[in-house]
Write a protein that binds this ligand. Structure first.
Ligand code: BG6
Length: 489
């Protein structure tokens, strides 16, 4: 199957930091279908060779194991092309269409037939309306065209709906692939495998056996040079509305009837619709926002958020959110779900912790620690099942032990990165791991009352020291229910 992958914004940050390195890995792993071409579009004039030289230079900045050697780069560079594109010029779209449709030597007699064209929007969303409109007018929206959209897809419900309306004016829903790169992470796919490929856990996956579930997406990094972008966004929009909620849907959904994209997305949507809506009172009680002050991360002194470049003086932007919610259905009624994310926390640590209930009647003395399943997303990818066992000594006491599955080690040779996986899925037309517009809008609907409550609340975010686990109020939020965050247990 031949394909063209076209990147709008081909010299931008996203293209460089994520897409091209992922595409190179896919090429190195031999996963890109033969005969495919990658085309970068941007405003300035460059030749293919100049673009290839630019990309080659930038590869020097990626981690050594992901850097191509001369031969690998030469092979990858053959696929790489560049075109100047002014997105407001209709003739540039017609030129693009001709480029996509031109017969190619390796296609023989079948040359000129429609092949898959994946159009990746790595531009600012304010260009989506003009690009979608022009693509439609140029006839670049046929059934073989897929449009890939990257966040931020709106900053509230109305703006997300507007983007979806614009996209729908030229494309059908199944042609629009919304990326949430967390869904490309291997651990997230393993969550599906764990729940629906094994009989062991599903009978326990409910309120009768589970005490609470915690989703933590912690980063040691600060906002870096993106202070201006981040300040318009904040942790709730940047991480909770998308990544954390997507993880929550995967953990809480009912078993889908099949592994088809819509069977899965229907179930995820039901979870989002069952989330307990926030009110001004519950925002004040169940949501903690924080902002980092100077501190130490990994032994390095780091500045506070307000000292970061391009952050406006006195900003009330949140760099941390912890919240408590519930899912109002028979499976989960009354079970707290705690979601937490933040910059400049104690380190990079993304995990989901499923805390099971304690045994109903303890017969062993000592530890009464309940079982716990930890799904680790980052920095390592794996599963830990925490149990209690006898140590083998004469003591009657039970000791905690854990069964560890290290997927990175077990499947080392087969692993593909998140973006790599999602780009390959986009080329192949596998939609399971892309977010549907109704899911995305429902997620906005749920977070909006929090944004409104904060807008009217002058107290602003609570301070926390860089290198900590966020404001103490985040611990109090969980302690109120008689529980503790994983690192405090
Ligand atoms: C992005 C956010 O979506 O996810 C960033 O915009 C964040 O602020 C990043 O750093 C985290 O992704 P990962 O895969 O590094 O955990």
């Amino acid at each position: 199957m031949s394909f063209d992958l076209v990147v709008f914004g081909g010299t931008g940050d996203l293209a460089w930091r994520k897409l091209l390195p992922a595409l190179f890995q896919a090429s190195r792993h031999g996963k890109l279908p033969a005969g495919g071409r990658l085309l970068a579009l941007a405003r300035d004039e460059r030749s293919d060779d100049e673009y290839r030289a630019y990309i080659k230079e930038r590869f020097a900045e990626v981690e050594p194991s992901k850097r191509p050697n001369e031969e690998e780069f030469a092979r990858f560079a053959q696929m790489l092309h560049y075109r100047r594109m002014d997105v407001s010029q209709p003739e540039h779209y017609l030129g693009l269409k001709r480029w996509i449709e031109e017969p190619r030597a390796d296609e023989g007699r079948a040359g000129g037939r429609a092949k898959t064209a994946v159009l990746f929007m790595a531009t600012s969303p304010h260009l989506f309306p003009v690009i979608c409109d022009q693509l439609g007018q140029a006839g670049l929206n046929g059934p073989h065209v897929r449009l890939v959209l990257e966040k931020p897809l709106g900053h509230d419900l109305a703006s997300a709906q507007e983007i979806n309306r614009v996209v729908r004016s030229a494309f059908r829903e199944e042609q629009a692939l919304r990326i949430d790169h967390y869904l490309g992470k291997a651990a997230v796919q393993n969550l599906m495998a764990l729940r629906f490929g094994n009989a062991l856990f599903e009978p326990l996956w409910r309120r009768e056996s589970i005490a609470n579930i915690q989703i933590t997406l912690a980063e040691g990094l600060g906002v870096g040079k993106r202070g201006d972008f981040y300040d318009q966004t904040g942790a709730l929009r940047d991480m909770i509305q998308n990544h954390a909620l997507q993880l929550l849907t995967m953990i809480a959904m009912e078993p889908p009837s099949s592994n088809d994209a819509d069977a899965i997305r229907d179930e995820k949507l039901k979870v989002l619709r069952s989330l307990k809506p926030f009110t001004p009172e519950s925002v004040a009680r169940d949501v903690v926002r924080g902002q980092y002050k100077a501190g130490t991360v990994d032994g390095q002194a780091v500045p506070g958020y307000l000292e970061e470049v391009k952050v406006p003086a006195g900003s009330a932007c949140e760099t941390f959110v912890a919240l408590r919610t519930e899912i109002q259905n028979w499976r989960w009624a009354g079970v707290p779900f705690y979601l937490r994310t933040g910059k400049r926390l104690s380190g990079r640590d993304a995990q989901i912790v499923v805390n099971f209930r304690e045994v109903p009647h303890p017969i062993f003395p000592g530890t009464r620690q309940a079982n716990k399943l930890v799904i680790k997303l980052q920095p390592d990818d794996g599963l830990e099942l925490h149990l209690l066992a006898k140590s083998g000594s004469c003591s009657e006491l039970l000791s905690p032990v854990s069964l560890d599955l290290d997927f990175d080690r077990a499947f080392a040779s087969e692993r593909v990165g998140g973006y790599e996986r999602l780009l390959l899925d986009a080329i192949a037309g596998r939609l399971n791991l892309f977010v549907r517009s109704d899911e995305q809008e429902q997620a906005w609907r749920w977070v909006e009352p929090v944004l409104h409550a904060w807008a009217g609340d002058r107290t602003g975010p609570r301070p926390y020291s860089a290198g900590s686990w966020g404001p103490p109020a985040a611990s109090a939020l969980v302690a109120r229910d008689g529980y503790a965050w994983a690192e405090e247990q």
